[in-house]
Design a protein around this ligand. Structure first.
Ligand SMILES: Cc1cc2nc3c(=O)[nH]c(=O)nc-3n(C[C@H](O)[C@H](O)[C@H](O)COP(=O)(O)OP(=O)(O)OC[C@H]3O[C@@H](n4cnc5c(N)ncnc54)[C@H](O)[C@@H]3O)c2cc1C
Length: 381
């Protein structure tokens, strides 16, 4: 059993860590407060083809797997979670094209998506399709060589800078579920913005609610088989980016805490010498290690094509909750300063709060995990 990264993975981690430290972190507070899309940062990540990390080299990507995705996302999220979210959602749409698109679609879209010159967004969730995507109401009706789409998408991360939204829509009867949903690569300008949410965190990359009315797209914009898009999506496991974002925030919270409590003095000694603080710091480190090990193990198993029905939900739950707990502890240990916008830690808490819902609520992952545990131990689920 290998617990260490390979030399290549370490090099990738170092490249991402240096980039994050030099290009993202110094601007993170300002980008967040100004609610400014990190376009220059994402363009640079595009130049490095990190936005095409898991796409094939033949189509401009770096040909890496989910372990490498988790490594890079941790580094980006440690500096500014919105950058990691934007990259992950974009790459997720490109991955659907790579895995389920036609050769012509791969040739048309992937090279520019690998470099972030074409930006993708995901249109899956709806008002009535939150945890349960099968309740979506958006429809696509066939009209000769075209499809006519009607409906809305409740949250579309990257929308304001996206060129295309990978839009999931019902194309079959309810009886056929889950084989009744298809995906279409719809130009972003075909949507109208209905709501620009005012959110707790994730301020520099917005996720508005958007509407489609009688939008016509050619059949060559359909990605994957008719009726199979939702089922096909379940085979990807690129949702590993969500726990990886959690590991990044949890780690940044620990780094900032150690730096602060080592300097800050009260009662004529650094506060980091009080046992309560030291034990708190030790617990923060334990949470990170547990979260990272679970995340990398789930990613490695998915890369190997092995079942992740226990491993994925464990990673998702543990890592996203570690991010919230560590961010909360960081504010505690930084005292009043941690509550101000002069420091990063208040943002960590606001951003971390998204992660227990992004990629499906943790409670739903607890249900999946419980099913897997009952199966494993021979009980009834
Ligand atoms: C900022 C932001 C960005 C997003 N970006 C995107 C995006 O780019 N594309 C996209 O498609 N979606 C996106 N989402 C949607 C996100 O994936 C959903 O919010 C998520 O899937 C949960 O749906 P919901 O919010 O409607 O929660 P609901 O489904 O309403 O769930 C609410 C709560 O009910 C409980 N619950 C629900 N079902 C169960 C169950 N079976 N068992 C136990 N408890 C349950 C849980 O506690 C859950 O947290 C984004 C969301 C946010 C907030």
């Amino acid at each position: 059993m290998e617990f260490e990264l390979t030399d290549e993975q370490e090099a990738l981690r170092d490249e991402s860590r240096t980039f994050a430290a030099e290009e993202i972190r110094p601007n993170a507070i300002e980008l967040d407060r100004a609610e400014e899309y990190p376009s220059e940062i994402l363009a640079e990540l595009g130049d490095r083809r990190l936005t095409g990390l898991t796409l094939p080299e033949s189509h401009g990507g770096r040909g890496e797997g989910l372990v490498e995705l988790a490594i890079v996302i941790e580094e980006l999220a440690a500096a500014l979670m919105s950058v990691a979210s934007s990259l992950a959602l974009h790459l997720g749409t490109a991955t659907v094209i790579d895995r389920f698109g036609t050769e012509a679609q791969r040739d048309e879209y992937l090279p520019e998506m690998a470099t972030f010159d074409t930006v993708g967004a995901l249109g899956l969730s709806e008002e009535s399709a939150g945890a349960n995507k099968l309740e979506m109401e958006t429809t696509a009706e066939r009209d000769e060589d075209e499809w006519v789409l009607d409906g809305h998408k409740q949250w579309v991360t990257n929308f304001f800078d996206a060129d295309y939204v990978l839009t999931y829509a019902k194309t079959g009867s309810e009886e056929a579920a889950p084989h009744n949903i298809s995906a279409f690569f719809v130009p972003a300008e075909a949507f109208d913005v209905e709501t620009e949410w005012d959110t707790l965190g994730s301020w520099s990359v917005k996720s508005p609610r958007v509407r489609l009315e009688d939008v016509r797209v050619d059949d060559d914009r359909r990605i994957g088989e008719v009726g199979e898009a939702y089922v096909q999506r379940g085979r990807l496991h690129d949702g590993i980016n969500v726990p990886a974002r959690g590991v990044g925030i949890a780690r940044a919270a620990l780094e900032d805490t150690v730096a602060y409590v080592s300097e800050r003095e009260q009662y004529h000694q650094p506060v980091g010498e009080f046992q309560g603080v030291r034990w708190g710091v030790a617990e923060m480190a334990e949470r990170i290690e547990t979260a990272r090990l679970l995340t990398l193990r789930a990613a490695a198993r998915a890369d190997a094509g092995t079942d992740v029905s226990r491993e994925f939900p464990m990673a998702k739950i543990r890592a996203t909750e570690a991010a919230i707990d560590n961010a909360n502890d960081a504010i505690r240990f930084l005292g009043g300063r941690g509550y101000t916008t002069d420091y990063h830690v208040e943002r960590y808490l606001r951003d971390a709060r998204l992660l227990t819902m992004a990629g499906g609520p943790n409670d739903v992952h607890r249900n999946s995990l419980a099913d897997a545990v009952f199966d494993e131990y021979g009980g009834s689920s």
